[in-house]
Ligand binder design. Structure first.
Ligand SMILES: *[C@@H]1O[C@H](CO)[C@@H](O)[C@H](O)[C@H]1NC(C)=O
Ligand SMILES: *[C@@H]1O[C@H](CO)[C@@H](O)[C@H](O)[C@H]1NC(C)=O
Ligand SMILES: *[C@@H]1O[C@H](CO)[C@@H](O)[C@H](O)[C@H]1NC(C)=O
Length: 199
């Protein structure tokens, strides 16, 4: 009886040992990858990109019934505070909203932003004979009397980070700049507006 059970036991314990080895290997791999990510993170310490609107003007403003003409001219300051990480902007677009309605749109040429760099983008979204919703048009007509209109500027981009020679996958970048006061008199000054950045 004992002689029969001996070989049976050794073949039984052979498989669990292989499984055990595989488990140890997988755990070790996870720990190693985790450590690599941690070391990379500590070395690079990624910081969030910082966006502000430095200037906002509007030219050719015309509002007739529900139809809007407006040529916006924005200076966007994009700051990459990272000392070890540069950014590829593979696509980007800027939109202007008044209330909930998107009134103008402009694409931005793809660009590369080096490490620790400030890039100023000039973007010029245009509303040409744009049909506003009735309520939006009457709000705007009302606000026009104050000499300035308040808009929300939104930017969407597809970006990749680069550290050394390593490039990341694509990330979506969303920038929202609320309550940007655009004076209808372009010779009046502008107060810098700060934006929220989400990746
Ligand atoms: C917008 O501009 C066009 C010409 O470019 C003009 O025909 C139209 O009347 C203007 N609309 C408003 C509301 O100013
Ligand atoms: C930021 O990078 C751009 C593009 O390479 C360059 O033209 C610009 O001079 C840089 N700005 C600063 C402040 O270094
Ligand atoms: C625009 O603003 C400037 C400076 O504040 C002022 O001198 C000028 O009269 C204004 N123009 C209009 C049309 O309101």
């Amino acid at each position: 009886m004992e002689g029969q059970s001996m070989p049976a036991r050794s073949t039984k314990s052979g498989r669990p040992r292989l499984l055990q080895m595989i488990c140890i290997f997988i755990v070790a791999l996870i720990v190693l990858v985790g450590l690599a990510v941690l070391i990379f993170w500590l070395a690079v310490r990624p910081k969030r990109l910082i966006y502000t609107i430095e200037d906002a003007k509007v030219y050719g403003f015309g509002l007739h019934k529900n139809s809007l003409n407006a040529s916006f001219d924005f200076v966007v300051r994009a700051y990459n505070p990272n000392r070890r990480m540069s950014v590829y902007y593979d696509s980007m677009d800027v939109s202007v909203a008044y209330g909930d309605e998107k009134i103008a749109f402009s694409p931005v040429e793809p660009f590369y932003q080096p490490r620790h760099n400030v890039t100023k983008l000039e973007v010029k979204p245009v509303a040409h004979n744009f049909a506003l919703l009735g309520a939006v048009a009457s709000d705007m007509r009302h606000e026009k009397g104050t000499g300035e209109i308040e808009v929300t500027i939104r930017m969407r981009a597809r970006i990749r980070y680069k550290v050394g020679v390593v490039k990341s996958a694509h990330y979506k970048l969303r920038v929202v700049c609320k309550r940007v006061e655009v004076s209808l008199n372009s010779s009046r000054g502008f107060n810098r507006a700060y934006c929220n950045v989400h990746t």
